[in-house]
Design a protein around this ligand. Structure first.
Ligand SMILES: [Zn+2]
Length: 152
């Protein structure tokens, strides 16, 4: 009986250790990329023209055709990317980090996530599975790409 209790405790400790490592790693990644994203070399984008230029540059790196993407500076108050009326669309807000980093982050969503996001919408709302996907797959992946250029 004592033996079993010890095993159970071992498993529990091990489980807690790993969830701690994963959770810590997750938040450090978001925190670190937040700081990197504010470094001076992430020059602010100030206009539609500058944004078009950065998007064109970054599309080449991802093998995207810029002509297929409707690019907006400040049309919405959030940085977002996805499908609108059957076309790809990307918006960068002047209020929220309008940088090359933000463009790279949103372009990564266009390549990797926008089809999947659609599947996770039910009754115009993101499902629980959708939120988990967004938090633990889409966001860390987009940040890794935007900050370090790592394609996963
Ligand atoms: Zn994102």
């Amino acid at each position: 009986m004592k033996r079993m209790d010890k095993n159970l405790l071992d498993y529990l400790t091990e489980g807690l250790k790993w969830s701690g490592i994963v959770t810590g790693g997750y938040f450090s990644l978001l925190f670190a990329s937040g700081i990197f994203g504010k470094m001076p070399w992430y020059t602010r984008i100030n206009s539609q023209e500058e944004l078009e230029y950065v998007v064109a540059e970054e599309c080449k790196k991802l093998g995207l055709n810029k002509k297929e993407i409707d690019v907006f500076y400040d049309k919405y108050n959030v940085n977002c990317a996805g499908k609108r009326d059957g076309r790809l669309s990307l918006n960068i807000s002047s209020f929220l980090r309008p940088t090359k980093h933000a463009v790279r982050h949103e372009l990564c969503h266009l390549v990797k996530d926008c089809d999947k996001f659609e599947k996770f919408i039910k009754d115009n709302k993101r499902t629980m599975k959708g939120w988990l996907y967004y938090l633990f797959v889409a966001e860390p992946r987009a940040e890794l790409y935007a900050t370090f250029g790592i394609k996963l």
